[in-house]
Design a protein around this ligand. Sequence first.
Ligand code: SAH
Length: 508
Amino acid sequence: MSEGIVYLVGAGPGDPGLLTLRARELIAEADVLVYDYLVNERILGWRRDGCEMIFVGKKPGRHSISQDEIGDLLADRAAKGKRVVRLKGGDPFIFGRGGEEAPRLAEDGVNFEIVPGVTSALAAAAFAGIPLTHRDLSSSLCFLTGHEKADGKELQVKFRDFAHTGGTLCIYMGMGRLKEIAGELINGGLSAETPVAVVQWASLPRQRGVLATLGTVADKAREKGLDAPAIIVVGEVARFYNDMGRRESMPLFGRRVIVTRSLQQASGLSSKLEEAGAEVLELPLIKITPAADPDNVEEIFSVIGEYDWLVFTSANGVKHFLELFLEKFHDLRALGLLRIGVVGPATARALYRYHIRADLIPTKAVGEALADAMIAQNVLDNLKILVVTGNLSSDVLVNKLEKERAIVDTLQVYETQKTDLTEHPAARLFRDEGADAVIFASSSAVKSFVAQGAALSPGPEALKPIGISIGPVTSKAMRECGLAVDVEAANASIDSLVEAVCEKLGNV
Ligand code: SAH
C-alpha cells in the first residue's frame, strides 16, 4: 500500500479561477476531500469519480465537528494510504487553523504538505480596486482578526494599539463587532474621517461592499445589509474603493441559478451566466462515461474500411468514438474515405475539433432528418453504414436506414448515467437556501432532476425557483414531470438561454 499523505490546501477566496495550479492538480487526484463552508462547491467538481467527500463545516443548527475530530479524521485516512486534500478557504496559514492542523499531523507522524492560497484580504482589495500598499499613502500592512477571545467578551486584538501603524489594516471576521472595532481605532488616535472599505464575498458574483469612514462604517454596513464573510480595510488606501461597476450593476447580480447538465457539459453556460453576474450552482444530473463492448469495437474496427457512411448522433459519440479509434490506429487517415454524417451543428463542431469536416449536416437537428438527407443524396440499398450511439440513443434513424435496405451496424461508445446528488455540496445549498431559477437543457436532465426526489427538494425556508427550458422538447418533458415552464429560450443555444434568464430575472 502506498503511503498516505495530507495536503493542507488554500482554496482561495471563492472564485475557482483563483486556486493555484497545484491545488487543482491535487483536487483532481485526491482520494478524500475534506472541506468546509467557505469553499466554493464549483471547485469540488474537479474531483475524480469515487473520491470521498467530507464536509466539516459549521452551519447553524448542526453539530459541528471539532478541531480534534478533524485531526483524527485526516490522520485516519492518511493511515489507510489515502491522498487526502484538506481544503481551506483563502490561505491555510492565515486565520485558517493550519497552524493547529499541521503540528497535529506532524505529531502523528503523518506526511503532509502545505499549499498556499490567495487570502481573502488580497482578493477583497484586488476586486475593490484598493492597493494595499502605496508609495505615498501606506508602507505597511497588518492582517488582524475581529474575533473575540474564548470568553466571548473581549476582542483578541487590542485595536487601539494598531491606530498608529500609519499603514493599512485588513480585518478578518470583524463584522459582528464592527462598531466596537471602529470605536477602538478612533479611541486609539485614528481620525473618525479615516477611510474604511468593507468587501463581502470578495471575488464571487455576489460580491458587495461599501466605502465609509471609521465614524460611519458601522451604520453604512448595517444599512446595506453587509455581513460576514467580509474584509474590512482601514486606511488612506481604502479611498480607492470602487467596485468597477462590475458587480452590483450586472443584470443577474444577486441571483442564484441552477444549471443542470452533465458534468462535462455545464461550464460554457455557467461562465456566461457568471459574466452576467449570477451565482451559478451546477447540479451534474447526468454523467457521460465511456462504455463500449471491446469485442464489438474490435470487430467493427477490423472492417472499418468497408463502410460507406459513418454517422454520429451526438458530440459525446464523436468524442468517445475517436478516442477508441485513435487508441487503436493512432492516425486519422485510417478512417479512409468513408462519408461522415452528423445530426446537427454541435456534433459537427465536436468532429471539427479533430480536424474532420462532416460531409452531411441536416437542416433540422434530429435523427430522422439526417436519415432523410442521406436518402436524398444517394440510394442506400446495400451501402454499409456505421451508426455510433450511446445507451439512450433512439432507433428511429437506424430503422429508417434499414428500411432503405442499407446494411447498418451500430457501435455504442458511451453511456448516460444518472447521478446521486444526496451528498453533493451544490445540492445541499439548493435544499437549504433554494435558488431563483433552474435551467434545463435536456429531457434526460429533467427526468434525472425529478428522480433525485428528496436530494433536490428545497426546504420550507428555501427560495422557490422558476423553471427555464432550452426548447420545446425539454419543455414537454418538464410539463410531463409536473414542472412549470416559466420561460423557454427562443432557440436552442446557450446565448439564447442566458438571454431568457436575463429577461425574466434581470435587474436592468
Ligand atoms: N484562511 C482564510 C480566512 C478564514 S477566517 C483566508 O485566508 O482568507 C474567515 C474570514 O475570512 C471571514 O470572516 C472573512 O473575514 C474572511 N473571508 C473569507 N472569504 C472571504 C471572501 N470571499 N470575502 C471577504 N471575506 C472573506
